[in-house]
Design a protein around this ligand. Structure first.
Ligand code: FAD
Length: 223
């Protein structure tokens, strides 16, 4: 019986990671796995643990440099199914964003719904999971300012939450050490959608003047 039998739909073998990184770099991973649910992710983690397969987590691959030798490991991408959801609680200006949602989509949906707080993420490529891990942001703020609670899974498959003030965000880092960020609860502010859109446009213009956004580039190399 193969290591991931019964999970064939979400497991690809000998997968060229260059196809999934911003820079188009990276050799093959032994396994690329895209679970659709938290339960499936638990199952994958358990099988990796039983078979001593190292795990790497990948978001949209916009902050990753992977060797041409690839990875003798399972690379797990939380991008589909449950991990692609956003759940709004408009009466409390709250949003639960799952790890695989694209940042630009969250920013624009918040504009439409009249929720302010994520404009600083305009123009940053990535997923919610990657943005939280890196505390993505810039001159106008960072995602950490809006995060109240994160739901995490450790390398043994246990799911738990971490909230502020225990949860700390700093310059391009957090104190999250758990293997997986599953989702984040964000606290935003109700505001006029037109005003939020104006701010998004201003930040976009600022970025365009500082980075060639219409070409493949590396943003600013800051670490
Ligand atoms: C053109 C360009 C412009 C950029 N501009 C900015 C900018 O203005 N500000 C800024 O902060 N960054 C910027 N970046 C860097 C990058 O976009 C951010 O770091 C982004 O948050 C990475 O998200 P990702 O989903 O691509 O993560 P990845 O690159 O896939 O992963 C980054 C890290 O997060 C971890 N990770 C990803 N998802 C999860 C998860 N669900 N659970 C646990 N760990 C996870 C990975 O293991 C890895 O350690 C830029 C990059 C480019 C290429």
């Amino acid at each position: 019986m193969s290591i991931f039998s019964g999970l064939d739909e979400i497991v690809e073998t000998d997968y060229p990671l260059a196809k999934r990184t911003w820079y188009g770099l990276g050799g093959p991973a032994d396994y690329l796995i895209r679970p659709q649910t938290v339960e499936q992710l638990k199952e994958v983690v358990q099988r990796c643990s039983e078979n001593k397969i190292p795990i790497y987590v990948m978001g949209f691959g916009s902050n990753l440099l992977i060797s041409d030798d690839g990875l003798r490991a399972a690379v797990i991408k939380l991008e589909a199914g449950q991990f692609a959801q956003t759940q709004f609680n408009l009466s409390e200006a709250g949003l639960t964003a799952w790890a695989g949602v694209e940042l630009s989509r969250v920013v624009l949906t918040c504009v439409q719904k009249g929720l302010s707080g994520l404009e600083a993420l305009t123009g940053i490529p990535g997923s919610v999971g990657g943005a939280i891990k890196m505390n993505a942001g810039g001159n106008f703020g960072d995602i950490g300012a809006a995060v109240e609670t994160v739901t995490l899974m450790d390398a043994q498959g246990s799911v738990f939450e971490k909230s502020k003030p225990e949860l700390v965000f700093d310059y391009r880092r957090t104190n999250i050490t758990a293997k997986f960020i599953l989702n984040a609860q964000l606290k935003l502010n109700a505001a006029d959608p037109e005003q939020i859109m104006r701010t998004v446009k201003e930040i976009w213009i600022y970025k365009k003047n500082n980075q060639p956004l219409n070409t493949k580039n590396s943003g600013c190399i800051f670490k």
